[in-house]
Design a protein around this ligand. Structure first.
Ligand code: CDP
Ligand code: MG
Length: 649
């Protein structure tokens, strides 16, 4: 609770010794990065413990490091290890649960080493990598390192693996720790790093506020008009709330009296493009107050300087697995109360450089009612993708020595999904198909569609669609302001079969524009069509990577089915077979493999249509259960799914 524990896990000593070059303990000369950066490094709380830390890590195969956020664990420890020579010629991996933390930390540490990202210091996250033969410190997402296990079960390229933010207990981190335990003897040596923050003064509410976004806005303007200078950090659950609050604040800014300082609003969430994320680290111009709107990403993963005031809505989004009686289920993001541990972390973000204040938009009773800390992801998320990866490593999720064992129900659901996708046979053994699927850095259902495209001759099209579905932001904005104009603009992309082919039409149109226009032209075009350019640009990167994977697997990604949508839909059915629903006499849809009644999401091009069978990308829970990303498919396509076929005969 007091800080974020990082475990420093070293691979075995023999490897280390064999690989050690140069004089151990002698610092590698790092370039002359600006003196202020070096002074800042030397002033971090962790710097006083540097020598002891290196000694501990040198002596022990496993070390657990606990320290306050901002004390220098993530940025400094890898550099200390590099300088001390402990890592020998191998790489130092530092895992992060989030992509944006990995990339921004790599940038920071590269600056401290006075090198460019991708040389000595690099990163590797899904669909993006900056590293080279020179790279010695690599910030990676925990998921990427799990993926690396598939090709290199001993992680032999790394002499040190730092499992950062281990307390978050993401599914991938748990998987990684289980595997790391497997490949080394385990010894523990806790050592403490003292933090330097002055505790923030807490201001809880007396009455609870149901509309936390509105409460956050009012609190912010009270601070802004009444309190001395100092930046404000507001914690909100997710991107939508952040965007909503940003708009509201901007509206009010124009009406502020002249004598009140101006405001710079900086959003911060995982899906934000790196160029915009960088803004939160830059100082606001003189006379301005910076207001950062962030998700729990700013709790521990990212340290933002200059924060004096924290506003904590007490909410976060949490991925949760919704189990269904039928033994199937899915992950969904739910807004929920944070834990006590998060609340303390949030308060701790204020006043790192002086007295700080935390405004909690919840009562003390609400705080007391919070859980101590978050339930590990392995206990609440879908296991499908991890189970497939483990099977490829020859491991069985039920037999592994986890810190917390996954739920039997979730295991059953994952097994069922993998069986329906054809990745496991009826003896639960990995199939060739399953092995092929695991090569793609995609959710298993989308990987299944791509693999199927080889058989149906439409890899070009399926990859284009899957890339958009795998992007971190949505293609279409759900904006309510210009709904009419947006749907008008979208009409020309519509395909009668539904949303997947509509996505393909958009991608095709964008590709023509992207080939002909510069950046500004593309942006203009997307704006006119009410399309999210960020999604399309990201999808193109993903597409290029998927094409590379196909080439490696000798799947010809240029194979196209032209204008015929049928092969594409057949592939999608193979992947989304669990997401099929049949029209009922009353106009609703009933899941083929579950008990739920599903409506077509209002954003779908099929929203007001009555088609006999649909498949959907995901379920959304609001007043009803909605299927989003919907296509109409002939009933026969479902019957043709091999697994269902076997059952039927
Ligand atoms: O991992 P831990 O929370 O202990 O701290 P860190 O991420 O290593 O950050 C140490 C210090 O580096 C922070 O207090 C910031 O002052 C600075 N930092 C920064 O200026 N920009 C970053 N992107 C990351 C860290
Ligand atoms: Mg850290």
């Amino acid at each position: 609770m007091k800080g974020s524990p990082n475990s420093v896990l070293r691979t075995d000593g023999s490897l280390r010794k064999k690989r050690r070059f140069g004089t151990p303990g002698k610092p590698l000369s790092h370039g002359s990065s600006s003196q202020s950066v070096q002074a800042q490094r030397a002033g971090l709380p962790i710097a006083t413990g540097k020598r002891a830390l290196i000694e501990e890590i040198r002596k022990n195969d496993v070390s657990i490091l606990v320290g306050e956020t901002g004390s220098g664990k993530t940025t400094q420890v890898p550099q200390y290890l590099l300088e001390s020579g402990i890592a020998g010629q191998g790489m130092i991996a530092v895992t992060q649960p989030r992509k944006v933390a990995a990339t921004s930390l790599a940038a920071r540490v590269a600056t401290e080493q006075n090198v460019s990202v991708g040389s000595l210091v690099g990163y590797s996250v899904r669909f993006d990598e900056a590293s080279s033969d020179e790279t010695r410190i690599k910030y990676v997402t925990d998921g990427m390192l799990v993926r690396e296990l598939l090709g290199d079960p001993l992680l032999s390229r790394y002499s040190v693996v730092i499992v950062d933010e281990a307390h978050e207990r993401t599914l991938r981190t748990d998987l990684l720790i289980t595997n790391l335990k497997d490949i080394q003897r385990r010894r523990n040596s806790p050592s403490d790093v003292k933090g330097k923050s002055s505790a923030a003064k807490l201001n809880p509410l007396n009455v609870s506020q149901p509309d936390y976004v509105d409460a956050a806005m009012r609190t912010f303007f009270q601070i802004h008009t009444d309190q001395p200078p100092g930046d404000v950090l507001i914690f909100l659950p997710g991107q939508e709330d952040i965007e909503g609050l940003e708009r509201s604040i901007q509206l009010y800014v124009d009406r502020l009296p002249k004598d009140i300082p101006s405001i710079v609003v900086c959003p911060m969430y995982a899906a934000l493009p790196p160029s915009q994320q960088a803004r939160i680290f830059t100082l606001a111009p003189a006379g301005y107050r910076k207001c950062i709107l962030a998700t729990n990403i700013a709790e521990t993963s990212i340290t933002i300087p200059g924060i004096r005031y924290v506003i904590d809505t007490g909410k976060c989004k949490e991925k949760r697995y919704v189990a269904r009686d039928s033994g199937t289920g899915f992950d969904t993001l739910l807004t929920r109360d944070i834990t006590k541990s998060s609340a303390m972390q949030r308060a701790g973000r204020a006043g790192r450089e002086g007295p700080g204040f935390c405004f909690r938009l919840y009562t003390e009773d609400a705080f007391d009612a919070m859980a101590e800390s978050a339930e590990p992801e392995i206990r609440r998320c879908a296991l499908t993708s991890s189970m497939l990866q483990l099977r490829c490593l020859g491991q069985d999720i039920e037999e592994l020595d986890f810190m917390d064992k996954p739920d039997q129900e979730a295991i059953g659901a994952a097994l069922k999904t993998l069986y329906l996708l054809g990745a496991l046979d009826n003896k639960r053994c990995l199939t060739k198909l399953g092995r092929d699927m695991a090569v793609f850095p995609l959710e298993p259902n989308l990987a299944r569609a791509v693999v199927a495209s080889r058989e149906f001759g439409c890899t070009l099209e399926v990859i284009d669609i899957v890339s958009v579905l795998s992007a971190s932001s949505k293609l279409f904005f759900d904006s309510t302001d210009e709904r009419e104009a947006a749907s008008e603009a979208r009409r020309k992309f519509r395909h009668r079969s539904g949303d997947h082919m509509t996505v393909l039409n958009v991608v095709r149109a964008y590709q023509v524009v992207a080939a002909a226009e510069k950046k500004s032209g593309r942006r203009e075009w997307c704006k006119r069509q009410f399309l999210n350019e960020r999604c399309l640009a990201e999808a193109q990167d993903i597409r290029d990577q998927l094409r590379e994977v196909c080439t490696r697997m000798q799947i010809d990604w240029k194979t196209s089915c032209g204008e015929d949508e049928q092969p594409v839909l057949k592939c999608l059915v193979r992947g989304l077979v669990q997401h099929a629903a049949y029209l009922q006499p009353d106009g609703s849809y009933k899941q083929l493999m579950g008990p739920s009644i599903v409506k077509i999401h209002p954003s779908s091009s099929l929203c007001d249509k009555k088609v006999p069978v649909i498949i959907y990308d995901e379920l959304v829970y609001t007043t009803h259960i909605y299927g989003r990303g919907v296509s109409a498919v002939p009933r026969s396509y479902i019957a043709e799914v091999p697994v269902l076929n076997v059952k039927g005969t």
